[in-house]
Design a protein around this ligand. Structure first.
Ligand SMILES: Cc1cc2nc3c(=O)[nH]c(=O)nc-3n(C[C@H](O)[C@H](O)[C@H](O)COP(=O)(O)O)c2cc1C
Length: 186
């Protein structure tokens, strides 16, 4: 697929089936992430792949985090949390690692991690792999961070759900650029 086709047309694919992206496709997905713009070449991100029965363990972790959060953990909400990771054959957890750096503020490191996640989505679209970026409050739970093995300077920024599209990707709507682009003349 042409690069501009991907940049202009990428859309999320929420309904995902088996199979998960294969090894060659994953190599491309994660290699694309390594080309994220990155002040200081810190690579302030890493990925965890979660698939097969590990998705059920991740669902249990999310449900536990919800139960202990103090939020209204209804049986329906707990079920939703538990079943979430089963919505795709592969979940990629994108983790930002934000460290004190003499020149690169944490804000910039976070942006780089976001760009890396976006690159995975773009590469997925180019490969015909369905993908969607999800978070939700539980992404920011300390219980989830601990269960996933995050270090103190790490945080979850994305759960990327990946798989085979159930339906053809939708056509992205046209956006009026005039609302977003203007000239500054000093
Ligand atoms: C940081 C971040 C978190 C998001 N979290 C969610 C989420 O939890 N649930 C959801 O439905 N969409 C979430 N989205 C939005 C979708 O990934 C998607 O971009 C949006 O539905 C628009 O669809 P499109 O990508 O096809 O334009 C998130 C996007 C970003 C960048």
């Amino acid at each position: 697929m042409e690069a501009l086709d991907v940049l202009l047309n990428r859309v999320s694919v929420p309904r995902l089936l088996d199979p998960a992206p294969d090894a060659a496709q994953r190599e491309i997905l994660f290699s694309a992430a390594m080309r994220a713009p990155d002040h200081g070449q810190l690579r302030p991100f890493r990925f965890l792949t979660v698939e097969g029965p590990a998705r059920e363990r991740m669902g249990d972790l999310l449900a536990e985090a919800l139960r202990k959060s103090g939020a209204d953990a209804t049986p329906q909400a707990l079920d939703k949390a538990r079943l979430g990771p089963l919505r795709a054959p592969l979940v990629v957890v994108v983790i930002a690692r934000l460290t004190d750096h003499f020149k690169v503020p944490k804000q910039e490191q976070l942006i780089t991690a976001g760009c890396a996640a976006h690159s995975v989505l773009l590469a997925a679209y180019a490969l015909g792999v369905g993908a969607v970026w999800r978070t939700g409050e539980l992404s920011y739970s300390p219980i989830v961070a601990k269960g996933l093995g995050l270090a103190a300077d790490e945080e979850v920024i994305a759960f990327l759900y990946l798989g085979t599209p159930q339906n053809p990707p939708r056509v992205a709507g046209k956006v009026e650029l005039v609302d977003f682009v203007s000239e500054w003349q000093g």
